[in-house]
Design a protein. Structure first.
Length: 342
């Protein structure tokens, strides 16, 4: 079979390797689609702090079961699936208490261990999640980033009836906005400095789309939510400007959740955070229940994924996909790699 290997930053080879034989508790998945995410791009540029080379990438994935290991029951060949890419120890404190997304020895497929970018991928059945037959393979490859958004939204607890602000209208920000509404939020305001991205957020159902280059974030919250502002602010941009806006303008006693990966050391006003008794929380990946909720939200049409797909590339054009993203950063949301057409 064909397998993608990034041998060094910006360099990709395709190697012929044997099709793996599934072990007793594994299934062999025929890979259909792979989504490219921001962390993949960091690897492409040599800027991911926890990835070494060579590495086979791919962690946002959809496919179908090709073959079952001898000990597998409850699955069948041809079944649509996605894969949860976390590799965990199962022994540390977080793992023992159901928080395996925080495993002390966490590895992620495509970064610290082999990813799914190949014609076939053998994986423990416990990491496989079934997809509804009516769900497209494109949508299936986007369940992983949607699960990120689901986990992040739920970090605030029950958001039913809440007023939500989302900073950053990239793919995760738009998915957070959709998820919040899908889980019952009264209204959602999303901000960015790109009108192109804000138009996409509007297409995906955001109630208020604000360009903070021309409109003050605090004023926009009052105009759209009233003097009580937002109940929860999600920072999906992850920089000193957006976190500074969140802390400066949040309602006293409210909650801020950092969703984005923050680059470098933050410079934030802890005095205001303290004085306003703000809850600053964080979010890390997802757990199985987040995958199930993500699939349910798509199935119930409370989250739409198709508008976020910017372009498809053939498997052998993986490098071209990265170049396209670099050249079209403002307008690109999600690029999909077609490993096997369907």
């Amino acid at each position: 079979m064909l397998q993608q290997v990034m041998t060094a930053p910006g360099e990709i080879e395709f190697r012929e390797v044997p099709v793996p034989e599934p072990e007793e508790n594994q299934v062999l998945v025929k890979i259909r689609k792979i989504g490219v995410c921001g962390s993949d791009i960091h690897v492409y540029h040599g800027e991911h702090p926890f990835t070494s080379y060579p590495v086979t990438q791919g962690h946002e994935v959809s496919g179908e079961i090709e073959k079952l290991g001898s000990g597998i029951k409850g699955w069948k060949a041809g079944q649509k699936v996605t894969i949860q890419p976390q590799v965990v120890c199962g022994k540390c404190y977080p793992c023992r208490h159901g928080k395996y997304n925080l495993c002390e020895e966490l590895k992620v497929m495509g970064f610290q261990t082999t990813g799914v970018a190949s014609d076939y991928f053998a994986v423990d059945a416990a990491k496989v999640t079934p997809l509804p037959e009516e769900m497209s393979f494109d949508e299936g490859a986007m369940i992983e980033p949607l699960a990120v958004a689901v986990h992040a939204v739920k970090r605030a607890g029950n958001v039913e009836g809440a007023k939500i602000a989302v900073l950053g209208a990239g793919p995760i920000g738009i998915l957070v906005a959709q998820t919040a509404k899908g889980l019952g939020a009264e209204s959602v305001m999303i901000t960015d400095v790109s009108d192109v991205r804000l138009e996409k957020a509007k297409e995906c159902g955001a109630d208020f789309c604000i360009n903070t280059k021309t409109k003050n974030f605090g004023e926009a919250m009052v105009e759209n939510f009233g003097p009580d502002k937002a109940d929860v602010i999600y920072d999906c941009a992850g920089n000193n400007i957006t976190m500074g806006q969140a802390i400066q303008y949040a309602r006293k006693g409210s909650t801020i959740i950092l969703v984005a990966v923050f680059a470098g050391t933050a410079q934030i006003d802890l005095a205001v955070l303290n004085d306003h008794e703000l809850d600053l929380n964080t979010s890390m990946m997802y757990r199985n229940e987040d995958y199930l909720d993500a699939i349910r939200l798509v199935k119930e049409k409370k989250v739409v994924l198709a508008p976020l797909i910017s372009k498809h590339f053939a498997f052998r054009d993986y490098l071209e996909a990265y170049r396209y993203i670099d050249e079209n950063r403002e307008s690109t949301m999600k690029v999909i790699i077609n490993v096997a057409e369907s």
